[in-house]
Design a binder for this molecule. Structure first.
Ligand SMILES: [Zn+2]
Length: 180
């Protein structure tokens, strides 16, 4: 049906490394708890998306044996355990952040629109607003799965905690879009 071999694969197999799996389980954040619909799980599987964490400011990810079950090439999403350990972000805001990153992969994989099409689309208005098409596409993916408001509240918190990076007009635009 999807061209992939039938295996005992589950969405939690996108998590690379037993440390990350244990850590996510301890925080009740394993992908199998995100309430994703089966078709989105298949899309994530087919896109070769993988998820792992880093320790700030840097850490080594050992791939012995290769844990990238079921893919020849992967888009590895790395999250910062220190930032995720911070209870300033709620569980749903953390999931929204991970889905936003998955949304970036889908946006990169999607066939690119022609300039003419892009000019017709709402991205044009967004671009005029100083917003970024790829951020919007990633936000839309999280919103489609029910985490739009959590993207907005997460960004609101980040504006306060990391003002140099997030207290920007583009971020205000993203918050507004999630609430339209
Ligand atoms: Zn982004």
């Amino acid at each position: 049906m999807n061209g992939l071999p039938a295996t005992d694969w589950t969405i939690d197999d996108i998590v690379v490394g037993s440390t990350t799996k244990t850590w996510l389980r301890s925080k009740n954040l394993l992908p199998s708890t995100w309430n994703l619909p089966p078709d989105e799980i298949q899309k994530i599987r087919q896109a070769g998306i993988r998820l792992t964490m880093m320790y700030s400011p840097a850490s080594v990810l050992k791939l012995r044996p290769n844990p990238l079950k079921d893919v020849a090439a992967a888009s590895l999403i790395v999250f910062d355990a220190n930032a995720f350990d911070d209870d300033q972000q709620s569980r749903e805001e953390k999931i929204a952040t991970l889905l936003h990153e998955i949304g970036h992969v889908f946006h990169e994989l999607a066939p690119k629109k022609s300039v003419i099409e892009a000019l017709k689309a709402e991205e044009y208005v967004a671009a005029m607003d100083g917003q970024n098409e790829s951020e919007n596409a990633a936000d839309d993916f999280a919103r489609k799965l029910g985490y739009g408001e959590h993207i907005a509240t997460s960004l609101e918190k980040l504006k306060t905690t990391c003002p140099e990076k997030f207290n920007k007009p583009g971020v205000d635009g993203r918050i507004k879009r999630m609430r339209k």
